[in-house]
Design a protein around this ligand. Sequence first.
Ligand code: 13P
Length: 259
Amino acid sequence: MGRTRWVVGNWKQWGLRPAAHALASKVAAGLEAPPAGLRVGVAPPYLALDTVHAALAGAKVVRFAQDAAAQEEGAFTGEVGPAMLAEAGVEGVIVGHSERRHLLGESDALVAAKLGCALRAGMWAILCVGEPLKVRTAGRHEAYVLAQLEAALAHVAPSETGRLVVAYEPVWAIGTGRTARPEDAAAMHAAIRARLVDLLGGEGGDRSILYGGSVKPDNAGILAAAPDVDGFLVGGASKDADAFLSIVRTVAHHTKAHP
Ligand code: 13P
């Protein structure tokens, strides 16, 4: 049995509660039980978590949030910590998404603190890494992504990384309709894999590495077949239940064929 595969929908800052409930209901109704070795997750906006969880009742879907505070609690106005999220039924968080790094100014140090806090709270934590276009054009993408990875893992012990998932999301592919070529995704995933093993030892070989960036039903098959691609973090297509379920089915077929 290989590494766990994942398909996780990141709903970003879209939709009010009725729309979120309707989307989750459609996902729950259409989701076939995922095969062993595949986990399906959704990350709705915070204020829709309860209505989405109600719509998902009984469905095998891992409940994510899109972010979490870098500390358990304290005088941090506006922040939501992992214990608060767990109380709301959340099982995992996304950390270091490029929109938070590049649009909202999150530093490597903040991402590292958030990652450590989430993992120590027993959450799944999807750590996002990925290079902007000008970095790729300059040929510095691998060094850039590996530096992000190293910085994020600087303060976590290998024994704390059992629920770590890495997502490679090239910034130029997010929301643009441009995906990485499968061979480029595979090359970056192999580099991430090697660095994870350097940093975490045996644990690093077991961690799932997802691809994100304009994943759609029509490109999911070719990307899922790329070596070291253990599934997807899906943005835009996850807002359409049929598209999301189609991507899940593609990865489910792949998981059954290559367990
Ligand atoms: P898109 O699938 O819309 O490109 O977004 C990817 C993403 O940012 C997932 O976290």
